[in-house]
Every structure is written in C-alpha cells, then in structure tokens.
Ligand binder design. Structure first.
Ligand SMILES: [Cu+2]
Length: 151
C-alpha cells in the first residue's frame, strides 16, 4: 500500500483543537460570499415596456446596487427602428414611493451614441421611482418610469 496514514508521526503538526475554528471561519466566509453574490452579479438594468411612442429606453445603475449617496444612471434611447437617438434633452427626477420626500433631480453628465449618463444623489434608502423625460431633436417626448431600490 502507498497511502500514508495520518497517524504517522509528524504528519499532523496542527493540534486538533485548531481545526474547528478554522473550519468555522471558512464556512462563515462561504456564507458571506454567497450572501454577497446576488448583489455583486446582478446588474440592475431595467428595460421599460415600449410605450406608444415606439422607442425603447433602458436604465443601468452604477453601482449596480445603489446605496445612499452619489450614484449614476445611464439611460439609452432608441427610436422605433432601433437606432440610437442622440442629442435629446433629458430630464430625470427621482422620487420615493412614500410621501413627503424632496424629489432628487438627476444631472446629465455626458451623452454619446444614444447613451445618457446622469448623476444622482440618493438621499434615503428604500424604494425609488425614476421618472425620465427625453425630448428628441425632432420634438418627440419620450417618458418612462423605472423602479430602483437604494440600500
Ligand atoms: Cu424617503
């Protein structure tokens, strides 16, 4: 036989009492990573159903799970044919689902290729609605509402 026995002298240097805590730490780390996994992997992207304007609008949050404080949202606007719409005027307002909050206005930072990046200052954790309104260069108004949860 070639298998080595763990009872072989010198094979087990670590005292047996050291093992359970180490295993417990590993288990805790495993649990923690499992708990963090959905937040880390989940891209919080919403795609609003097409309205009668025929355009498609998506929203991506940065970070994926926003928390209280500064954050950013990127919206894309595509026309009914699927082409990106550039140079639209964009207005973004964040509201919470409960009454009595001051709305938060987004500030458009940049736009390129039909993607509009907007900075937000999330003032409270909880459920928000982001209302946006595009005015396209040809005068069309495109409005959408996206829900988003702030931690
Ligand atoms: Cu609130």
């Amino acid at each position: 036989m070639i298998s080595r026995s763990s009872s072989e002298p010198g094979a087990l240097r670590r005292p047996p009492t050291m093992r359970p805590p180490r295993r417990a730490i590993c288990f805790a780390a495993l649990l923690l990573s499992a708990a963090l996994l959905p937040a880390a992997c989940g891209r919080m992207q919403g795609s609003a159903p097409k309205a009668d304007d025929g355009c498609s609008v998506t929203m991506v949050s940065e970070p994926a799970q926003p928390s209280v404080g500064p954050g950013a949202l990127t919206f894309t606007l595509r026309d009914p044919a699927g082409a990106p719409v550039e140079d639209a005027e964009l207005k973004v307002i964040g509201n919470m689902s409960h009454a009595g909050m001051t709305p938060v206005e987004g500030v458009v930072q940049s736009s390129a290729g039909g993607a509009y990046r907007v900075s937000m200052n999330w003032t409270m954790s909880g459920d928000w609605f982001v209302d946006l309104s595009f005015r396209t260069p040809d005068g069309k108004e495109v409005t959408r509402r996206f829900p988003i949860r702030v931690q």
